[in-house]
Design a binder for this molecule. Sequence first.
Ligand code: ADP
Length: 591
Amino acid sequence: MFRSLHMKLVLIMLLLTTSLMTVVGAFLMTNVTSFYIDSFYQQMDDLFSGGTFYATLCAEAAQEDGAARLQTVLEAYAGAMGIDSRTRNYYILDGSTGAFLTGSDEEGGRELAVTTNILTARNGDVGDESNISAGYMDVAIPIRGGDHFYVLYVLDNRATVNELNSQQFLIIGQALLVGLMISVLLSFLLSKTMITPIERLTERAERMAGGDFDTIIASDSSDEIGILTASFNNMASVLKDTLSAVEDERNKLDTLFLHMTDGVVAFYGDGTIMHRNPAAVTMLGQDPIDLDYNSIFGAIYPFDQVLSLQRPHSVKREMAVGSKFFEVYLAPYSDEEDSGALVVLHDVTAQRKNEEMRKEFVANVSHELRTPLTNVRSYAETLQDTEDIPREMELTFLDIIIGETDRMTHIVQDLLTLSRLDSGRTELKMRRFPFADAIERVCRAVELDAQHHRHSLLRQFPKDLPMVVGDQDRLEQVMMNVIGNAIKYTPDGGTIQVSAGESGGKVWMEVRDNGIGIPQEDRERIFDRFYRVDKARSRESGGTGLGLSIARELIGRHGGTIGLADHQGPGTTVRIVLPIRQSGGLEDGHE
Ligand code: ADP
């Protein structure tokens, strides 16, 4: 039950009481003794210092039986001298020999010790030197009368004061006991008033450590403990606010960390992994939690060099994981010695691919334009250099030059269309139109060409297909391109089947031919710019390799899809799907 603070308080009170009583006791006892001694000497002084009593004594001493006479007088003054035979006695000594003659205590007189005061008196002076440490007090007075020389010696054995002191000691002892009891009681009471609020504070602090910041400690007092309690309550509320702000920040960071598209991996100072976000796991192709820095990034930058960087400096490196490319930013997260490192992974695969595509595109454009340009130049030079060129040949050459120029014009026009689509500058003239009519118009337009190649052009679609909202000219351009391709890439005498229908709020159109078909490995790429399965054939038939890419862009702008459909048998099937009603940014036009 004695807790440390209680115990300390009790001990302090006990020590305080004991020391106080000891000091008071010692002071009292010393003072009582001094007072007793002082009053003894004062009494003796009053009696003997040159007054009538002393003169009487001297006169009596001058008689023949001086000692007996002195005794008689002294007996008469015994009361005034405080002689009680028990504690205080007088002795008459022979002044020259120091021998005991008579006195109030015969027995004691015979064993009388020779004190300094007796010697002083025998020398003729009053011996009244007091000594507090001695166990007695005495005074020796020389009495001369005629030829007689006596010494009156008064000796007090201090029994009275000693008894008084013992009594006092007992009283002080008892008082000490009571005092000690009171102080124990008081210290308990005191400790209760002081320690209970401290205990409450301690309990609150423990609760706070456990995360409870809401309990308020009530305190009405305005003393130091009251101020401490108020400060503690205030501190708890500030701490709660601060912690909740920190928690908010942490939550924000956690959310950011969790959902950011860049990968983040944090390492401890020893290179083991502290954190990694889902993006990092996806990018690295595995959960790196059991790996360390060296096994993941050691090859691109040493760990100790990352740690030796000064914030906010970081190092940028690149690394490839599988078919992906990453920009990697490495930095220490603190300037402390035992800091760790943060690594941020930024996926630049698309960027790289775009760059490659751009390079490829530029190379393709240059190549596509160079061929007709070379042809034009060589035919023009031939015309220029050859004299007397037959008119027929001249016309053929000029035809070729015009054909090549047309090709270049096509390419440039297609490129312009694509560039406008890319930059969003193409304005679609949206309006509601019957889908079946548009297909019919395109079929009629290509009919002659199909007949020219002896293809049978089959139409398989209901006339009452729903109306669609879109840019009719552009959509017809796409259909024309797809049917045109079917005509181009089908050997003469083939069958081209154009079918259409409606399903799930969408309309679809399929163009199926039984032509040369597209090899499996090229199926994905025919919508890429300048991609052609058979370049020579495409060129021969005036293709630019841009038709399907323009088609995909346009259909995409209408919220639809275009792709190859899987069908049994030889040939190719291209399928276009369009939503019946446009949603989002495209608005209905006039009807
Ligand atoms: P092109 O101007 O060369 O026709 P496209 O973008 O229209 O360009 O077509 C890309 C390539 O897809 C063509 O060069 C051709 O190799 C292939 N292709 C398109 N349609 C067909 C089809 N119906 N049959 C076979 N190959 C086709």
